[in-house]
Design a protein around this ligand. Sequence first.
Ligand SMILES: [Zn+2]
Length: 235
Amino acid sequence: MNNESFDCPFCKKSFPLINDTFSVTHIAFSNGMTKSFQGPFPLGYKVGTFKNETNSINFIMYKCPSCKRTSFEMIGIGTDFGENNKFNIYPKNDGRKNYPEFVNPYIRNDYEEAYSILELSPKSSATLSRRIIEEILLDFYGLSKGTLFNKIQKLESKNEAINITNELNAIRQVGNIGAHFNLDSNKIPNDVSTEEAKLLLQVVEDIIDETYIRKHDVDSRKTSIQELANKFKKK
Ligand SMILES: [Zn+2]
C-alpha cells in the first residue's frame, strides 16, 4: 500500500489508506462486456495503473476508522474525462465556497473554520459566523459601536444595504441566534442546532456576495468601461 491519507468528510479526522480503510473497484468496458476487479491497489491506483485504457472508472471507498462511515468517490480515466476526473459520489461536496483573495483573509479564515465545525459544534460555528458579520459591518460599512441589532438599525436608517438588513432582520427571528443579536459579540449562543448554524452561515455567504464580491464586480466593470472610453478618446 502507499502512504497516502484521507480526510473524513464526516468527522474531519485524517486516516491512512490501508486495507481496512480503502478499496478500489476498477470498471472498464471492452467488447460489449463490462469487466471489473477489485483493489486495493498500490500507488498509482488513481490513474497510473490504467493509463492505457481508453475510458474507464475507478470506484473508490474510504471507510473511516473513527466514525465508521464510508465515503464514495469516482475517478474517471481516459479521454472522456480530461483534467476534471474526480467526482464525489457520497457525501456530496459540502457546498463551501472558495472565496477569491480580494475578500479579506481573516473573513475567509473564519468562514473556512465556521464551515469545518458546522456538524461537530454548531454553537462554535454560529459564534464564528456572528463574528464574520460584525467584521464585515466594520470593514465594509465602518460600523463598530453598539450591538449587532444597533448596527442593523444604523444601516437601515441610512437606507443602505437593503438586502443585507432584510436578511439579518429575518434571521433575528430565529430563536437562539436571533436572541443574541442584542448582546455583546463575545456572548456565545447557548443551544444552537446544526440547522440554525447552517442558516447563519448562508446569511454570511449572502453578505459576502453583496459586499466584497459585488464591489469587485462593479469596480471591474468600471475599469473596463474607462478603458473603452479612453480608446474612443484617442481616435
Ligand atoms: Zn470519520
